[in-house]
Design a protein around this ligand. Sequence first.
Ligand SMILES: [Zn+2]
Ligand SMILES: [Zn+2]
Length: 811
Amino acid sequence: MSTRVRSVIRVEGVVQGVGFRPFVYGLAVRLGLGGLVGNDERGVFIEVEGAPALVAEFTAALRTSPPPLATVERVSARAVPVTGETRFAIARSTEGGTRRALVSPDVATCDDCLREMDDPADRRYGYAFVNCTNCGPRFTIVRDVPYDRPNTTMAGFAMCADCAREYHDPADRRFHAQPVCCPACGPRLRLLGRDGEPLAGDPVEEAVRLLRDGGVLAVKGLGGYHLAALASRESAVAALRARKHRQEKPFAVMVADLAGARSLCEVDEVEERLLTSGARPIVLLRGHEEAASLVAPSVAPAVASPASLTTSATASQGTASSGTSQMASSETSPLAASTGVSGETSAEASGESEGLWLGVMLPYTPLHHLLLRRLGEPVVLTSGNVSDEPIAYRDEDALTRLRGVADAFLVHDRPIHTRTDDSVLRVLRGRELPLRRSRGYAPRPLPLPLDLSRPVLACGAELKHTFCVARGTHAFVSHHIGDLENYETFRSFTEGVEHFLRLFDVVPEVVAHDLHPEYMSTKYALALEGAHLVGVQHHHAHIASCLADNGVTGPVIGVAFDGLGYGPDATLWGGEFLVADLVSFERAGHLATVPMPGGAAAVRQPWRMAAACLDMAYGGAVPDDLDVVRRNAESWDGVLALGRRGVNAPLTSSAGRLFDAVASVAGVRDVIGYEGQAAIEWERLADPVEKGHYGHRLTGSSPFVVHGADLVAAVAEDVRAGTETGTVSARFHNTVARIVAEGCARVRETSGLSTVALSGGVFQNALLLVRAAALLEEDGFQVLTHGQVPPNDGGISLGQAAVAGARDNHR
Ligand SMILES: [Zn+2]
Ligand SMILES: [Zn+2]
């Protein structure tokens, strides 16, 4: 006995619900060690006893070879007296203390489970809820910590004897798999008709039949309901669009496997890794030429060619003549214009040279696998909602809200606790760029580049909203909440905050918020009692988010290009060069301010920005042979007058609005149907081989001013000269990339800084990001871009948390 030692070991990180205890058990048994392992609120605790070398090997293995889904952040061990214990056991979970354990994101079905699902001899053959310690639902079913079955939405399902045996057998893959179940004891599928009435027959078979017949199927997934239709069937996809009131925003497609993805799109190594990862995000991929013939035109409606832009003039009718301050609020139907365009979209159009971009994902639940295999072809899989509402996730709600949209409902009786949308990524410069970080990623903690002295709640911005709870060196960025513009999303936000505070045992002492007084998130923060409030400027938060994303604290030169954010000088910022660290920032340069005629109306109607910019660039003498003037002739003068008078025409330095203006001048989009549409289409039209650019002017200093309207005029002149749209778009992008590089070079002269952080929604634009980064790197800059949270406002909460925490640490 004298050669034995005993250690008490604590393991922290994402170590619950990821098969950690069975791994520890197996390891101890293999090494012939005695002791125990258990979960508590802080993670996993272990006591282990045996020969010193073996105990050391055991302890090392906890760090070096944990189960695939675990993230081990800390292993601490201390020696205690030996007890002579030779058997190893799994202890019951304890309660009390602080809840430091980290809840895992949901994980796609593993290969072992798929094999069982496909094996006619297995008791889970064809079972839509097969899962194990390595896969299955997690965050979406967790109600509380510790992560144990009674604290999940599986609480209502009593395990049968077979499942219980697996659950309690340390040698079994399902040992302590909290959602373990089988056809005898677990959730069941049902197929319901339009009005919620049960339909006869095998639910999956009948659902497949309905899809083949061109129907629209609502499917209950992990984080909410989806709407599905055969991707190849134009009538089905068009019906889905019409019923969802979603005219133009592309739909995502689910394919059965990697081969299915490759049959539609180019897939490189990084994209393959993302598609097949446990998170299974939607990955934005470039379609093959043949893809256009394999998916219906309505899946991803083509970029409108300038010739098809015929409806905008009527859409904007009457808006200018009203010319009063209530204009923005009175225009409640900004989408009216898109109806005509999408109705004219033809198969030929989407086969045009610009190419097709598809959001593609692989099945991530057993039910998806069953459906896709039996169908044998891709389906459109889009959020179960109508227009911009949040995705439905409660059964009653889904049946009500999706009535009239879905022809049938494929449902089950395992409740979803937290609504969680699919994540969306694209790959740029060989690295992932998140566009929406949600299912499969949230609530995995992101490491902060500082150690917070007090816990922080960051309330986020308004659009693409997320919030963030942070303590110590961990930031828990929430799932995607959506646009905080209605009661439903606002409630998701407030309930989500309460859930996160409980899950991660945080009582926030510092609360960060945007400076915009009208954001719902700001109002929420200001109404909280007892917390130390920290207002964080929108673009500072963007740059801080990029810093935290890259694990650094600055200072850096930050280029924050986005739509709109509240500036301290009462203008709307959005084309900003900052010198920033986590604590503070200075505005080193910005785009010249331009009026937004009609306020919010100018966001929905890019031609208004075109009018304001052209008026500025041409000194009031806009050439009337420009198509954009002709198309909007009826309202043109009224809008110009609005801008000149400055009534209901807030000033903005936004880069997003500049992109909108040129996209309209080039005839791409006068009126948008969804946020960023004009800029997205403008980017896709660009001719990748065109290297030309326009002249540009940066004047003044501290801050310098970039004359963006010059670019609008340059685009207008090219359009008048009949230059091809793809060439014009490329020249514009090249010019903006040069402006970014020159602006940074100027800031380097005065600040001595040579690291640049690129953030803000405009940097979702691949062409701009890649070209700007290349120019900066050629000029000796180190370039930081996003890899873990989106550059758009979905990443703002992380930046707010970092800034508020850094300021609080410096008190
Ligand atoms: Zn599994
Ligand atoms: Zn069972």
